[in-house]
Design a protein around this ligand. Structure first.
Ligand code: NAP
Length: 288
């Protein structure tokens, strides 16, 4: 019987391994699977088993799972490749007949215009088609997504946005990692889909204020139209595609797709989610 974390070398994955250990899982019952050799070695130093895998290589996944295993599939970060990669994990898990599969998805993945949702929706469909007992964690936004904006604002004193009045209910990665550990350890969550997010939502002015508190520099909000946003990002050096993606995400925010506050995350982890300013402060401190 093992808890197998796919993507353990990533930021969420490493925090999830820590959360499993904090919540009493025995190190020898945890398998941390990932690709980066240095980060696998750092995980091995915690006493857990490690496995080198490539999500694009089914052979690397073939003998990873057994019947009694509970598997956390953390969505990969290679956009456009993920349905095939996740499908490789699901196929291997199905072949082994694992006890349960847990997947980190996106808010309302099956019914949203969120630009990142289609690969998550397709993965959820593959999981359903596999017939495996599963728990879906539809993770909302990480507060850490705003650390780059915080760094830019620290340098320029300006937060650029086309998100309008849209609100975001972010939580820290560590909150989502705790939730992943909780559901991994609790088989009664099989069959459930959780919509996870921070307890409170904030708008761009509140983000600018929080960045100001976290960085010690007053930050002014520069709220622009999507076209102007695209133009300014390209002028600042982003390629058209990346700028378009940033603007599209701000559009999703403006449309309220990232602002759900239902309390499911804090209920799962047993405490309030990390407030925006605290999450930013921790992230800024970690990068100094
Ligand atoms: N909700 C949000 O706000 C939000 C924000 C960003 C991302 N996400 C999603 O949440 C996931 C976890 O977030 P994170 O911050 O922990 O991301 P991350 O630090 O980039 O970690 C991604 C993980 O995926 C693994 N991976 C990617 N491609 C792989 C491959 N071909 N073979 C083996 N492993 C592969 C990486 O392994 P190596 O490091 O060993 O290569 C790493 O463990 C992301 O991958 C993304 O799908 C969500």
């Amino acid at each position: 019987m093992s808890y197998i974390v796919i993507g353990a070398t990533g930021q969420l994955g490493t925090l999830t391994v820590d959360a499993l250990l904090d919540r009493g899982a025995a190190p020898h019952d945890i398998v941390a699977a990932g690709r980066n050799a240095d980060r696998l070695a750092a995980l091995a130093a915690r006493g857990v088993h490690t496995r080198s895998i490539d999500l694009s290589d089914p052979a690397s996944l073939a003998d990873l799972f057994s019947r009694d295993d509970t598997v956390l599939l953390i969505s990969g970060n290679e956009l456009g490749q993920r349905v095939v990669q996740h499908g490789n994990v699901i196929d291997a898990a199905k072949a082994a007949g694992v006890k349960r599969l847990v997947y980190t998805s996106a808010p309302k993945a099956d019914d949203t215009a969120l630009v990142l949702a289609p690969e998550h929706k397709a993965t959820e469909e593959l999981i359903a088609a596999s017939g495996l007992p599963a728990t879906i964690l539809r993770n909302g936004w990480y507060t850490e997504n705003y650390l780059q904006a915080a760094e830019q604002a620290r340098q320029t004193g300006v937060l650029l946005t086309s998100a309008g009045e849209g609100r975001i209910s972010s939580a820290s990665r560590s909150d989502y990692a705790e939730a992943a550990a909780v559901v991994l350890l609790d088989d009664s969550t099989a069959g459930r889909t959780f919509e996870l997010s921070g307890d409170t939502s904030w708008d761009q002015q509140e983000l600018a204020d929080a960045i100001g508190q976290a960085t010690g520099r007053e930050v002014a909000l520069q709220s622009v139209t999507p076209d102007e946003h695209q133009r300014l990002l390209v002028a600042a050096g982003l390629d058209e595609g990346t700028a378009g993606f940033v603007v599209a995400l701000d559009g999703n925010t403006r449309d309220g797709l990232l602002g759900v506050t239902n309390g499911e995350l804090s209920a799962l982890i047993g405490h309030p989610t990390t407030p925006l300013v605290d999450g930013l402060r921790a992230g800024v401190a970690a990068t100094v």
